[in-house]
Write a protein that binds this ligand. Structure first.
Ligand SMILES: Cc1cc2nc3c(=O)[nH]c(=O)nc-3n(C[C@H](O)[C@H](O)[C@H](O)COP(=O)(O)OP(=O)(O)OC[C@H]3O[C@@H](n4cnc5c(N)ncnc54)[C@H](O)[C@@H]3O)c2cc1C
Length: 850
């Protein structure tokens, strides 16, 4: 369609909206192989600009394609169906970085490495580190949920994004999440991350930072076979060690790199691993020693430990020169991106080798072994059509191999155009249709990046056949049974409510509602220590799972204040203990969920791998969903080795405010810290408790740093204790009786002191408080004797939190929706698609205070 820079009613300048054919050529491609012609490119400077552009494009029925730096490898930013590209490069402001809150706000056009560099100047670190970090933008990283070498230890982009400002397909500006943790809303932020610009255009992101580890050591080791290298990776993981990186290169790649940059790679070896450890200087030697012993025991030889920063950089320079090396040997290379459970790496490499040999293709492997994320790089010439056909046919087989091993068709490059044909092989029709429902809830007219992620044509999903509703309480033993019950409710129609145990429900408050109990969905279904995951029935008490794992040297890093609390119940209510500051919350640790949707579809969201960006991250929807979106039957969790040392420091403080200030004075030290709380004992004395866990040398070093920081602000004696911050939190929540009201208040952690000062004195006095300082969460309970007075109190607690862009919510109660927000419309549209009959439609469970 002909387009002018100036269009009646809209005020885009020629510098902002470019339509010249020559200038548009650059935007026909990203770093992959797909192509498409845009009609125009738009350079916004603000969310308002993007909003105006989207409204205009909508009126003119033009697709809108978000673009970062165009380094994507799956065609995500390629305007296959024309339209306007929105290029975010001019929105490159780091709006704020907060050392106390360990967070920040950045615009989408900030370059990944620029953010990390700014964070490091403050002693912090932004871990998602794609190799393209020098040029790729935060918006593009978000679009693809990018990962990198350090993601084995620290996680991928989604684990560091706590909120977004984004423009929706109708031009409205959505604010989802923010700088507080665990907003009582559906996690639309988690859904938008990795959605490849198909759900919304992100203009600003709230990010999380961690402390920059004070020391790092890198080593490289050779192996006589890929299998031996793979087995060594598994041995390191099984020993409970968590190196910062575990990167692998095969002989071919090393030969190619060495011919290119001569950094001294062990080219005669069949494979080499680059292992990096970090922490306090005191722990590095013993970490390296232990890892070296494991590597040698598994056939590793020629172990080289970088003795200087220069030597370390040389190793990494070699690893990062792979792309350049390939480019010298062939006109192009096709970089495949697939994931398998990491214990299957060696056999997968062998099978991939056989496929490529059959197709007469040359390749090399350089990949993130710790994550099971493989990247065969197939040398090719795009002008040779016959060869390219062989490349794509071989890729098809490689993808099938990974799907058969319960892996993913893409670990970090995204689906885009390239992989959408493979989506039906990885997902069932029910799963694909559930994703399509998400797309339609956000973008019913397919305006945003049309054609990406999902195939255009999807087969009809299978729905469970309704089962007779024999009882008012039903306890399915499988996801299929749960789906059949929900399907029957949809037909009846009858409301249902998902509970972990029907005994705990006051039946007078839910007359006529079917109680769907998870208590028969109990037990460990799969335990994979090499792959660091466990799958459990949703009705399994967390304490039971913790006991099972502890006996095997692992933990799922969560805590249950109530012994009967189930994994499903805790995921659904998104209740996170203070140790989440170290390990992340439920949203960061649930890898997969098997669920029955309210209309009778059975889906498995996610896969048992840490790197998986195939389609929308439906797992995020279930965390904190309060049973509104379906019944979780089984949950796959990431495992963490049990820490070798755990201890707590305890300091008496005068009051909560002093506790917050003293705790925050230690924030720059937190690396091993796994919980910082202030609470009050039965004698009215306040305590600050800081728990540390990890390797003994690291814990000792941090204890010294924290003690010095506390003395620096005037604290008296610092006592050692076994009573952890998380145990205090459990006791605090457990003390809430039947007639108590338990609120969770979340504020950006840097505003905790301000929040406390803004609270009316009476509101403070009338509750019993525990403050999780690192997460900016306050858990407060009070007895409800007078309902009206309690409601007034809730408002007093809520108002200052809301003013600081936080919230206050009744713990365990359904989500309170702000019906005026664009998010409410999206949630309603999704509910309409997943739950047309309103089977799981929420109401207040207790009818109280909401
Ligand atoms: C040499 C090389 C090395 C690489 N190494 C890695 C690696 O280690 N790990 C890794 O994960 N990837 C890697 N990649 C792939 C690529 O760099 C990443 O996917 C990166 O995150 C893309 O960022 P970008 O800014 O270039 O985004 P683009 O390619 O421009 O866009 C990517 C996707 O995000 C969407 N998008 C962009 N901006 C926004 C926005 N503001 N709002 C909503 N959606 C948006 C686009 O529509 C598109 O779907 C590599 C690529 C190359 C060329």
């Amino acid at each position: 369609m002909p387009m002018q820079a100036k269009t009646p009613g809209v005020s885009f300048s020629p510098q902002q909206l470019v339509t010249g054919a020559a200038e548009l050529i650059t935007y026909e491609v990203d770093a992959g192989f797909d192509r498409g012609k845009p009609d125009a490119v738009f350079y916004p400077q603000s969310a308002a600009d993007v909003s105006e552009l989207v409204r205009w494009a909508r009126a003119n029925r033009l697709p809108v394609v978000a673009r970062g730096a165009g380094t994507g490898l799956s065609g995500g930013a390629v305007p296959e169906r024309g339209g306007v590209i929105v290029e975010f490069a001019r929105m490159k402001q780091i709006v704020e970085l907060n050392p106390t809150g360990r967070n920040g706000v950045v615009q989408s056009g900030v370059v990944n490495l620029a953010l990390d560099a700014a964070a490091r100047q403050l002693g912090f670190y932004y871990p998602p580190d794609p190799s393209s970090g020098r040029s790729s933008l935060i918006g593009g990283n978000l679009g693809e949920n990018a990962g990198g070498p350090h993601c084995f230890k620290y996680g991928v982009t989604t684990n560091y994004i706590t909120g977004v400002e984004a423009v929706l397909a109708d031009g409205r500006i959505l604010h989802s999440g923010g700088q507080a943790f665990d907003y009582p809303e559906l996690d639309l932020t988690g859904l938008i991350v990795g959605s490849e610009g198909t759900l919304a255009l992100v203009t600003t992101a709230s990010i999380r930072l961690i402390r920059n580890p004070p020391a790092v050591k890198t080593l490289m080791v050779s192996f006589r076979s890929d299998e031996a290298a793979g087995a060594a990776v598994s041995a390191i993981i099984a020993a409970g060690l968590t190196p910062a990186t575990l990167e692998m290169m095969d002989q071919k790649v090393m030969g190619m790199i060495e011919a290119y940059v001569q950094v001294g790679l062990p080219v005669e070896a069949q494979a080499a691993l680059i292992v990096e450890v970090d922490g306090y200087p005191a722990s590095l030697d013993s970490q390296v020693e232990e890892i070296a012993a494991l590597l040698t025991a598994h056939g590793g030889y020629d172990l080289r430990i970088a003795q200087s920063e220069e030597e370390r950089q040389r190793i990494w320079y070699g690893r990062k020169s792979a792309a350049g090396a390939f480019s010298r040997l062939a006109p192009a290379f096709y970089l495949v991106d697939v994931t398998v459970p990491r214990s299957l790496l060696a056999e997968t490499l062998r099978e991939i080798g056989q496929v490529l040999a059959r197709y007469d293709l040359e390749t090399g492997h350089v990949f993130h072994a710790g994550d099971g994320n493989l990247h065969p790089c197939i040398l090719c010439d795009p002008r040779d059509a016959a060869q390219m056909e062989r490349v794509f046919a071989a890729t098809h087989e490689i993808v099938a191999i990974c799907i058969a091993k319960d892996g993913s068709i893409t670990g970090e490059h995204g689906v885009g155009i390239e992989k959408r044909q493979h989506m039906p092989a990885m997902y069932s029709t029910a799963e694909l249709s559930a994703m399509r429902d998400v797309k339609l809830a956000f973008d019913p007219d397919h305006l945003l990046n049309p054609g990406k992620v999902l195939p255009d044509e999807l087969s009809e999903p299978v729905y469970a056949a309704p089962t007779p509703l024999t009882n008012d309480v039903m306890a399915p033993r499988s996801v299929e049974e749960a789906a059949a019950i929900l399907a029957a409710c949809a037909v009846a129609p009858r409301r249902a409510r998902i509970v972990s145990s029907a005994e705990q429900v006051d039946s007078s408050l839910c007359a006529g509602t079917l109680l769907l109990s998870s208590h028969a969905l109990r037990g460990v279904q799969a335990f994979a220590p090499d792959d660091l995951y466990v799958t459990v029935g949703a009705g399994t008490p967390l304490t039971e799972l913790a006991g099972f794992l502890a006996g095997r040297g692992f933990q799922a890093p969560f805590a249950a204040p109530w012994p009967a609390a189930t994994v499903g119940g805790l995921v659904a209510t998104n209740l996170n203990a203070p140790l989440r500051m170290r390990y992340g919350g439920w949203r960061d640790n649930v890898l997969a969920v098997q669920a029955a949707l309210p209309d009778g579809r059975v889906i498995r969201a996610g896969r048992p791998v840490v790197k998986n960006v195939a389609g929308y991250d439906l797992v995020k929807l279930f965390v904190g969903s309060h049973g509104a979106l379906g019944m979780m039957a089984a949950i796959t969790l990431k495992l963490t080795p049990l820490p070798r040392r755990r201890l707590s420091l305890q300091v008496a403080v005068d009051d909560v405010l002093q506790g917050i200030r003293w705790a925050q004075a230690t924030a720059a030290c937190w690396l091993m810290t796994a919980g910082v709380v202030i609470d009050c004992d039965e004698y009215g004395c306040y305590h600050l408790t800081i728990t540390l866990e990890g390797l003994p040398e690291d814990v000792r070093a941090e204890v010294d740093e924290i003690t010095a920081a506390l003395h620096g602000v005037g604290a008296g004696a610092v006592a050692m204790s076994e009573y952890t911050a998380t145990a205090r939190w459990c006791d605090h929540l457990c003390a809430a009786g039947e007639n108590d009201l338990l609120l969770r208040v979340g504020v950006p952690p840097q505003h905790l002191a301000l929040y406390w000062q803004m609270l009316p004195e009476a509101a403070r006095r009338n509750g019993v408080w525990l403050v999780d300082v690192a997460s900016g969460l306050l858990f407060v309970r009070r007895r409800v004797e007078d309902e009206r007075a309690a409601m007034q109190w809730v408002e007093q607690v809520r108002q200052p939190a809301t003013a600081l862009r936080g919230y206050a919510a009744v713990q365990g109660e359904p989500i309170v929706r702000d019906e005026r927000s664009p998010a409410a419309d999206i949630v309603a549209a999704l509910a309409q698609r997943w739950d047309r009959a309103g089977v799981l439609a929420q109401g207040s469970h207790s009818g109280r205070l909401l």
